[in-house]
Design a protein. Structure first.
Length: 194
């Protein structure tokens, strides 16, 4: 839907200036550099960041984390490392998938408006994208994966107050993750697009 929305906006906005031919490059670069990584990270923060905070928070409240430490298992290595590795692998892959789906969605809407076939639209997109465009989105997704995981687990480890505390921590993890993702994205965009 992001690709379709961008297609609608760019066809309309660029059409006012007679620059509809630039829709393909505008959508391709905005999706791969910005929106694919950002929206994927926000969705993952809401889903996986909250799950990490809730799982570790529940373990903290029920003293399972303390039990791990007592039997000689490092809770950080045992609970955080697998989640961090999974997030570092999956978020970039999800970002690539989101980029492809968004560009395909833009092709479905924009191709008829530009009087080309969706296949021609996709081929033109592939010819216009550079490895740097994809690299920018993937590098952002790696930073976002770190932020989501670290915020989720640190919030989970700091839970107090039973089940109510777990609920508050889960909400806090999502809000903090989204805020830091947006701040990091702004910093990335500032330095990478100068």
């Amino acid at each position: 839907t992001v690709g379709i929305m961008l297609g609608i906006q760019f066809v309309s906005a660029l059409g006012e200036f007679g620059a509809q031919s630039q829709v393909v490059i505008a959508v391709a670069k905005s999706v791969t550099r910005e929106f694919g990584a950002l929206i994927t990270a926000i969705l993952v923060a809401g889903r996986s960041g909250s799950a990490l905070a809730a799982r570790i928070g529940s373990m903290t409240v029920s003293q399972e984390v303390d039990a791990l430490a007592v039997i000689g298992i490092d809770p950080v290595r045992y609970l955080v490392a697998p989640a961090l590795i999974a997030m570092l692998v999956m978020l970039p892959l999800l970002t690539i998938f989101a980029d492809a789906v968004a560009i395909f969605g833009a092709a479905l809407y924009s191709a008829p408006a530009l009087d080309v076939t969706p296949t021609a639209y996709m081929l033109q997109t592939m010819s216009l994208l550079t490895p740097g465009d994809l690299g920018q989105g993937i590098s952002k997704s790696i930073v976002f994966a770190l932020l989501i995981t670290l915020i989720g687990v640190s919030t989970g480890f700091s839970v107090t107050g039973g089940a109510e505390g777990v609920g508050r921590a889960t909400t806090r993890a999502v809000v903090l993750s989204i805020c830091w993702i947006i701040i990091a994205d702004m910093i990335f965009s500032f330095f990478l697009n100068r």
